[in-house]
Design a protein around this ligand. Structure first.
Ligand code: ADP
Ligand code: MG
Length: 315
């Protein structure tokens, strides 16, 4: 059995009247890339700040590496790498000096530190920019510097809070691949995001959060298996009467239909030949169609079924 790295039990955090975390529990095992997925305001950053003892909380227990977490538990803290949602680097220092500074908080030995800093520079691909100051870097490069500062000391647990927000696609891919590489090298990772695609792409297990609670937990396959929706087909249709729409709804395995702005959206629950059957129906009824798209369920469908709203809308 892999070791338990993080255990959060019944965490409650209030900001005055607002309940940001509502009896939130979580267990993360060694070797996971654990995804905390939720819309803005669902409590991801609050969870991370409580976890690191950066924020006091009203109720609950937190253990990391089997030890009770506290603001002064440096033995635990030094084995954690934290990449904050808001980039936290020092403007007066160069890229290299920044990484060296943060690494120096953990590693005293000069030679060892130099090795770690060089590796971190290489790892995030900032070799051409070591003499730059942060202000000169693009958003994506700045994020990569932020990450290098958090991982240079080779932590056992790496926590990244929305590291890809407002990042160009190239840096974004580099960041996602980097996280997977750090995990292959042995780090356990906690990754928060409101982008379901990213969480699906890299996370081994996912907790979907809403209003300070976990609304679903599991691998992406487990989460998707739990919902009714199995397939969504969208067809561009110039015109569709109410009568025809209700006939579509009556086709086998259809669970939901919607027609607006020239788009017919049909949701299915099970069934193997849904697309062929739908195409046959449209053809037999002389309904002219444009493009056709089919989608497998996403984590957004999971969120939608549990909360009644979409992840995208609530962002
Ligand atoms: P997320 O990281 O998922 O976007 P947060 O943990 O930042 O969510 O916020 C959770 C909730 O707590 C939100 O409703 C937010 O407005 C509120 N909140 C966060 N920080 C504070 C604070 N310092 N004071 C008051 N309310 C806060
Ligand atoms: Mg946040």
């Amino acid at each position: 059995m892999p070791e338990t790295i993080v255990k959060i039990e019944n965490l409650v955090k209030r900001y005055k009247e607002l309940i940001a975390l509502d009896h939130f529990s979580l267990e993360i095992k060694e070797g996971e890339i654990f995804g905390l997925l939720g819309p803005n305001g669902s409590g991801k950053t609050t969870t991370i700040n409580c976890l690191l003892s950066l924020l006091s909380f009203d109720k609950g227990e937190i253990e990391i590496f089997g030890e009770k977490m506290s603001p002064t538990n440096y033995n635990v803290k030094k084995q954690i790498g934290m990449i904050m949602q808001n980039v936290a680097v020092i403007d007066e220092l160069t890229v290299y000096e920044n990484i060296d500074y943060f690494c120096g908080l953990y590693i005293n030995d000069k030679a060892e530190r130099k090795k770690c800093v060089d590796e971190a520079v290489e790892f995030v691909g900032l070799g051409d920019f070591v003499k730059y100051r942060p202000k000169k870097l693009s958003g994506g490069l700045l994020r990569r510097l932020n990450i290098a500062c958090g991982i240079a000391h080779k932590p056992r647990l790496i926590i990244l809070d929305e590291p890809t927000v407002a990042v160009d696609p190239q840096s974004r891919n580099k960041i996602l691949e980097g996280i997977q590489e750090l995990n292959r090298r042995g780090a356990t990772v906690i990754y928060t995001s409101h982008y379901m695609e990213e969480v699906e792409q890299i996370c081994t297990r996912i907790a979907i959060m809403d209003k300070g609670r976990t609304i679903a937990l599991g691998t992406k396959e487990e989460l998707k298996k739990r919902i009714k929706n199995t397939e969504t087909i969208t067809v561009e249709v110039m015109q569709l009467s109410e009568e025809k729409l209700s006939e579509v709804r009556a086709l086998a395995h259809v669970s939901e239909t919607e027609y607006s702005e020239g788009r017919l959206v049909v949701k299915y629950s099970g069934g193997k030949h849904n697309l062929i059957r739908l195409m046959e129906y449209l053809k037999n009824n002389d309904i002219v169609i444009g493009r056709v798209f089919t989608e497998l369920p996403t984590l957004n469908d999971v969120f939608l079924e549990v909360t009644g709203k979409t992840l995208r809308d609530s962002v």
